[in-house]
Design a protein around this ligand. Sequence first.
Ligand code: SF4
Length: 321
Amino acid sequence: MALLETTDLHVRFELFEGMSHVLNGVNLKVERGERVAVVGESGCGKSLTARAVLGLLRHTNAQIDGSVRFDGSELLSLSERGWRSIRGRRIGMIFQDPTAALNPTFTVGDQLFKVIIRGGRARTKRRAREIAREALRHTAIADPDRVLNAYPFQLSGGLAQRVLITMALVNEPELVLADEPGSALDVTVQEQTLRLMRALGDELGAAVLIITHNLGVVREFAQRVYVMYAGSIVEEADVDTLFHAPRHPYTRALLEAVPRLTGEMLPQPIEGVVPDYTAAPVGCRFHPRCPHAQPACQEPPPVVDLGGGHRVACVLPEAAP
Ligand code: SF4
């Protein structure tokens, strides 16, 4: 049984312009201890998938269908109380902008102690402080007391990011969900964030699901990758296969859009834009941008299993790169 599994996950919003059908049957799995990435352009539904998995769409007008199972239990029907026993305890979260993710009116310590006490690792603030100190030292913070007594605005972006990683991991979750971690910060801090997440995740045996638009992050961090386009998974593979033998025209276009340091080829931007979800293309949602589109693409494409965990949703799965 996978640690996390979404099956045929749909999310729709009723808007003034009409029904916006954003997630269109997302199927993905994360096994225990595995590092998995979901990659795609901005607006393709990655962050919405993370929010649906974390139960953060519950108090919105989102209509959600399908299934999200964590360790065999259905999350979509979980009560608020049930969520409290999972979010922050069994599933940790890291968001894009660390300074915005921390509450500016409380010290770092107050916020971290609350996470530790809620997670059941300590009953008293004193014990929570001991655990927090130890956990901050573990993320290479040399002076944990200074950080615990500080307000978020007194921390640099890199330090705030390390605090957030500490918060996500302090209760030793089985899964960490990281949405564009550190992408609001500079490249060096982003690299440090990834290295730290990887080291701590490995140490705890936690699985990590990382959401990113950055193929460099995927290559650096993930073992397995899902490529998402317009609310659907279009290709799934281990990281080497994805980079060396991509099959879906969208995956290939994404790879061709990455500048190469050797300068041997100019990056080719992907023509067109992600569709308007109130009037998404029928059949394969990529067909208005696909150079190989044909009449059969007006129907939902089959998901073809190419073996070795490589799957592609396209009528031309064997097309040469
Ligand atoms: Fe292109 Fe058709 Fe494949 Fe979609 S199904 S990616 S339109 S060839």
